[in-house]
Structures are given as C-alpha cells and as structure tokens.
Design a protein around this ligand. Structure first.
Ligand code: ZN
Length: 416
C-alpha cells in the first residue's frame, strides 16, 4: 500500500464510519480512533488507524504531503445538504426589516423575499452568477465544507432555471468543493403567474422538468411545499413528474407552518424532507417509515426569527435519520458555516455533539446519495477531511475558527 498524503498523530480521528444513514441511538456513534493517522493515495483513503501502525502498513512516498495533527481532532469534510448558493442581488436590508419586527410573509407581500432575488437573477448572465458565487464557495471551504448541494429556483422560467444550473456545473468544475445540483423550479410562484399557481405548476411539470432532465444538469428535483408557495397536491405532482424524468425527489417541508410537506415526502419516497420546523409526531412517523432523511436548517430558523427550531429530539427518537445544512441564501441564510449549523443543532435543537457531527457528514452525504464515496473517513472513500485544533467541542466555539486545515480529495484546499 502506497500513500502520497498523510494526516498523522491526531489526538482523535472521528471517522463517522458507516453504515449510512445513522438513526436513533446509532446517530451518536462517531467511531473514534485516539492517536490516529490517515493516509491517502490519489485522493482516496488507504489507511485509517492507530498512528504507530501507519508506517508498518503503508509505504509513504518520500515526496508525500504530511500534516502533523498532534493536538488536533480530524473529522470528515462537512457535507452541506441544502444551499441556494447561486443567485444575484442583495437582500441584506430584509434582515434589518426583520430586526424591526417584520415577518417573512410581510416582507414578501411588500415585494421582498424570493421574488426579489428572482428579478435580479433573471437579469444576471451565467458569468455574473458564477462570479458572484465563487467567493461564497471559498468561505464554505474555510469553514470545512467539502461537498454541497445547490439548488436553482431563482429563475422560475425555463431558460433562467437552466442558466442557474449551468452556473452550478461550471462552479463544480472550477472549484475544489463538489457541488450536487438540484432543480427547484417550484420554489415560488413567479409574479406573472400570481394566483395561477396551478398553471405555473403545469409549466414546471410539462416544460421545465423534461428540458432539465434532458440537459443532464440536475440530479434532484425539489419543491417548496408551503401555504405561500405550493400545496401538498401540487408538490406531489411536481415531484412525481421529476421522478418519472429521472430527477430524484427532495422537498422543503413544514418550514413556516405545518404544510403537509412531511407526508408528501413519505408518499413520493423523497430522499429528504428539509426544514421541518413545524413537523408533528405523525409527520415524523411517516418520514421514519418511508426512510426519508430530515435535513434540518437551524441557521434559517435563527435569521428568520421563527422563535422555534425543528424538533430534532423527536425526529431522532422517532428513528428518522437527521442531517444538517446551512440553507445559504440571500434572504435568511446569512451563514455558510457548517460549524455554526452544528452549534445551533447542539444549543438550540438539543442534539449531542456526536449526533450533530454525524448529521453534518455521513447522514448529509446519504441524503445526497453520496455515502458510498464521502461522509466518513474510511478506506476506499475520498479523503475529504477537516483538521480541528483541539477537541471536537472546539467546533462549537464561536469567534476565532478552530479549523486549521481542510482537505478535499487528498489535497489541502484551505489552511490557516
Ligand atoms: Zn431552501
């Protein structure tokens, strides 16, 4: 066995090894190795284990990159399971409006919200979208993200949606972070279809989904199931059409009020139901029975000032695998930091640090159908990892970042 990249003598390696997804009590299992080293060859892990076994079992090339991780913890690279990374325009003023008491609904009714980003994104070129998104990806890398899901949904017209998906593909090729593309044509009802949501859903189903599927630019189909966007029946119809075209379903569910989204997720066999701030016990039972992953996005609940968070304990105890994402977006997702999502998971949603770590890595990878190649530090998988100075608890420290080095496919992509 030969290695060209080594992370050695970490105080702790939290491998988060599979099987995936982890649910119930198993979501706390991070399969840690004390005094551990990791070796990779051409981006893939060839060894994870006790530091003293490394030199005996692996031939380390003389010119191999060697990272001394004494005093550090190594965790898998974070997988951000839900982002709206690609957009144009600026809606930070809406944050100030919320601080003065305006709600999501009031801001949207006054011409703000998603439709304002749609206007700006429709006016932007593919180059503009790529240029605007790149520094956001650099920020994510500095916070330890090595793979992220990215949605369209700010075009809401066939060409504009495809332009966003093309920008996602270019960013995936140009940046070390791997991007997983999702078509979200049913993100909102565009202004030109106001009070004709059935007509718009028909455009998504009959025109957009076939074109997007034929383009090969998306893997997933998503829908915003919420009173202000699409009904459970419309959502199910969109996701079923996506499935028929080869786009696997995921859904924005029960974010601002009980929307019936969790039940739709179970009915259509979605891989994930996201947000779930208002999911009830029956919804959770439906998710567990249908093997749907709950992707929780506490950063959005915080910046939207919802006054509550998804019932993570109820979901975990009900046997639903829980993953995390940032929901990076121009309106309410003002942080692209997975460590911040982990911090809120622990201190606002009562998850343990181990549960949150598995949620940010292995379960998030499973929610994107990538658990075979990423999400844990195991031989055969890509070496995507984060070297954290200190203990795993340093991940929930706010202020100076504890992240010292971020590795993607056996290459350093960020180092402090
Ligand atoms: Zn979203």
């Amino acid at each position: 066995m030969t290695a060209d990249f080594v992370i050695e003598r970490a105080d702790l390696v939290a491998t988060c090894a599979g099987p995936a997804p982890r649910r119930g009590a198993a979501q706390r299992e991070i399969t840690a190795v004390r005094g551990g080293s990791i070796a990779a060859y051409e981006g893939r892990i060839v060894f994870v284990g006790p530091a003293d076994a490394l030199e005996r079992q692996v031939h380390i090339e003389p010119e191999a990159v060697r990272i001394d991780a004494r005093g550090c913890t190594v965790v898998p690279g974070f997988v951000d399971a839900h982002t709206h990374l690609v957009y144009a325009g600026d809606r930070r003023d809406e944050l100030r409006q919320r601080l003065e008491g305006a709600t999501y609904g009031e801001i949207a009714a006054a011409g703000g919200g998603i439709l304002r980003t749609v206007e700006a994104t429709r006016a932007a070129s593919e180059d503009d979208l790529v240029r605007a998104a790149r520094p956001r990806l650099d920020d994510m890398a500095a916070s330890g993200t090595t793979t992220c899901e990215v949605k369209s949904g700010y075009g809401l017209a066939t060409e504009a949606e495809i332009r966003q998906l093309r920008a996602i593909r270019r960013l995936d090729a140009a940046h070390p972070i791997d991007l997983v593309p999702t078509f979200l044509g049913a993100h909102a009802v565009p202004a030109e279809y106001r009070s004709r949501s059935d007509d718009y859903a028909a455009v998504v189903i009959d025109e957009m989904i076939p074109k997007v599927a034929a383009s090969g630019l998306a893997e997933w189909c998503d829908v915003f199931c919420e009173a202000s966007a699409f009904t459970p029946a419309q959502s199910a119809a969109v996701l079923r059409a996506g499935t028929r075209a080869g786009l696997a379903p995921r859904i924005h569910a029960d974010e601002l009020a009980p929307s019936g989204g969790a039940r739709v997720a179970a009915e259509v066999g979605a891989r994930s139901a996201d947000h779930l701030v208002f999911v009830d016990k029956e919804g959770a039972a439906a998710l567990a029975a249908a093997d749907v992953c709950a992707v929780l996005l506490p950063i959005a609940a915080l910046y939207l000032k919802l006054g509550r968070y998804a019932p993570a304990r109820m979901l975990i105890e009900g046997g639903v695998p829980v993953a995390l994402g940032t929901d990076l977006n121009p309106g309410a997702g003002l942080s692209s930091s997975m460590p911040f999502a982990i911090t809120l998971a622990c201190f606002a949603m009562d998850m343990t640090l181990e549960e949150a770590l598995v949620a940010a890595t292995l379960n998030a990878a499973w929610s994107l159908d990538r658990a075979g190649t990423i999400g844990s530090l195991e031989t055969g998988k890509l070496l995507d990892g984060v070297v954290v100075e200190g203990d795993p608890t340093d991940l929930v420290r706010v202020g100076g970042s504890a992240i010292r080095t971020v590795v993607k496919r056996g290459k350093v992509i960020y180092s402090r």
